[in-house]
Design a protein around this ligand. Structure first.
Ligand code: SF4
Ligand code: SF4
Length: 352
């Protein structure tokens, strides 16, 4: 039997072709502006040299930011679920995953079957993501694939006040003009990204069996810094950038296993002013929809995920949570009703 996993990320599109238990082909290319066209080109490329025709693929699962833009996919699954399933194929002992993508960063806990048990995502700004590192590589005029090794040649990193994409670029340029070496600038930036990643990981359970996935895990300097912070050597698979596509292909192989009950979704971010996360326990959520009607700020919506209707925080609200929501205590004083008050299942929590 033949299965395809297609991962349309914000920066890179990836695909894996599985024949029973064997990866027979894989592709990585830029996502570009048109995800539908990219997904079609990706499939063509994936089949080159395999002797397999598109019509022979038994089941295809799409994942990633553009997963709904893969016209030939039979089903789609979140990238969080896909990364957990993909890394489990290589390392069944993994329980904690840091997925560092093109435009966001996720900390994930999973069980021995690669099912997600907890998850937190920081997608507020580009700081510390693949896009951020691309920008820094451009500013310092060093090929992206070399910035990790250059940072490792530093004798002492220069501290950075921020990894906000805009301010860090200005700060890096300022240091460069003052004659600070590129290695020290990169070491400082990598230290700042590692600290931010560690703070994200501390929001889930940081258990042994630790893996890093996503394109950034090819950066040896950053992996070394993160490893120091978490005091564990991360497990890295053959190509960590393909982990999501592999996970999607594995879901395609076992399509009945897409439901992953017990996931606690955490939407929001940390910044210098505080920690703003709304958690929805999907195992507890009955899908009643009462929170959608109750919230005066219109923060919630309902979606079908993993075969169930559950509440989630609207995408457009995730980066503006403290502006939209005063926190449960203050909301209770201002309104007759709150999300928590109407949720009979106790599925919603706020961090502020
Ligand atoms: S009110 Fe609670 S149970 Fe109902 S949809 Fe919202 S989170 Fe789920
Ligand atoms: S506390 Fe109030 S404003 Fe905040 S999410 Fe709940 S209902 Fe909406």
């Amino acid at each position: 039997m033949i299965y395809a996993g297609i991962d349309i990320g914000s920066r890179a599109a990836k695909a894996v072709l599985l024949q029973d238990d064997t990866i027979v082909s894989s592709v990585i290319r830029d996502t570009g502006a048109e995800s539908v066209k990219t997904s079609q080109a990706l499939l063509k490329e994936l089949l080159v040299g395999t002797g397999i025709e598109a019509g022979e693929i038994d089941y295809t699962v799409a994942t990633g930011y553009g997963r709904v833009l893969v016209p030939y996919a039979d089903e789609n699954v979140s990238e969080i679920s896909a990364h957990a399933k993909g890394i489990n194929w290589y390392f069944p002992q993994v329980r904690t995953i840091l997925d560092m993508g093109g435009q966001d960063c996720k900390a994930i806990n999973c069980d021995g079957e690669g099912n997600v048990t907890n998850f937190v995502m920081n997608d507020k700004c580009a700081g510390g993501t693949g896009r951020f590192l691309e920008m820094i590589a451009e500013v310092l005029n060093i090929p992206l694939e070399e910035i990790g090794s250059v940072s490792l040649s530093s004798n002492g990193g220069i501290p950075f006040n921020t990894i906000c994409a805009v301010f860090a670029k200005t700060e890096a340029l300022g240091h460069l003009r003052k004659g600070v070496s590129r290695a020290d600038i990169l070491a400082g930036l990598h230290e700042a990204i590692a600290t931010r990643s560690y703070n994200l990981l501390r929001r889930v359970s940081l258990e042994p069996g630790f893996a890093i996935t996503g394109g950034i895990s090819k950066n040896s300097g950053l992996v070394a810094k993160i490893s120091q912070k978490v005091q564990m050597d991360p497990l890295l698979c053959a190509d960590p950038q393909l982990c999501g596509a592999l996970g999607a292909a594995l879901y395609a192989r076992n399509k009945s296993a897409i439901a992953t009950p017990g996931v606690k979704m955490q939407y929001g971010y940390d910044d210098g002013t505080g920690s703003y996360f709304i958690s929805i326990d999907e195992e507890l959520c009955s899908g009643c929809g009462k929170c959608v009607d109750a919230c005066p700020a219109g923060i919630f919506t309902m979606s079908r995920r993993n075969g169930r209707i559950v509440a989630e925080v609207k995408e457009e609200a995730r980066k503006r949570l403290p502006i939209l929501c005063p926190g449960v205590g203050n909301c209770r004083k201002l309104n007759s009703i709150t999300c928590q008050a109407v949720c009979g299942e106790n599925a919603i929590e706020h961090s502020w």
